[in-house]
Design a binder for this molecule. Structure first.
Ligand code: FMN
Length: 148
């Protein structure tokens, strides 16, 4: 059983919906789960030796939504190595934009740089192909949770 924090970046609510659907799926696997829809660095640091699931959309031109932008920059500026952290990334985006899933990919790159251990591959969800992201994210989450 793992202690999992789900850290959400959203503008229109899709990523939050995905996170809220992930919570019971992971709990059914015996994990302890908390969703942070406006996450702070203090929230993040409570999971330094546990598991983080980042669920973020991309806005602007490859930018982070405001709900998670502060957390990303705080981790980048204030934390160094995070070798005890295991994590996963679900990146929501739209392939008609230039920087497809840019925010999720950038978050993953930072955590890789900081030595955190990614569980599974980054899930890229394309809104043009999947108008209902849960159809893709729910099976991915079940498989991801089983690896923890
Ligand atoms: C103004 C705007 C800018 C966007 N920019 C990007 C982008 O640069 N890259 C991308 O992959 N998707 C982009 N998207 C698509 C969103 O990430 C996608 O619709 C996502 O599902 C929204 O999730 P949310 O409701 O959690 O914010 C953009 C959408 C809008 C409305």
């Amino acid at each position: 059983m793992a202690k999992i924090g789900i850290f959400v970046g959203t503008v229109y609510g899709n990523a939050l919906l995905v996170a809220e659907e992930a919570e019971p799926l992971l709990q059914q696997q015996g994990h302890s789960v908390t969703v942070f829809d406006d996450p702070t660095l203090a929230d993040w640091q409570n999971y330094a030796s546990d598991v983080a699931l980042i669920v973020t959309s991309t806005t602007g031109q490859g930018d982070f939504p405001d709900t998670i932008s502060g957390l990303f920059h705080a981790i980048k500026d204030k934390l160094g190595h995070q070798p005890a952290l295991r994590y996963g990334v679900i990146a929501l985006g739209d392939s008609s934009y230039d920087h497809f899933c840019g925010a999720g990919k950038t978050f993953d790159a930072l955590l890789q740089e900081q030595g955190a251990q990614r569980v599974g591959e980054v899930l890229l969800v394309d809104a043009t192909e999947n108008p209902e992201p849960e159809a893709v994210t729910s099976p991915w989450i079940e498989a991801w949770g089983a690896q923890l």
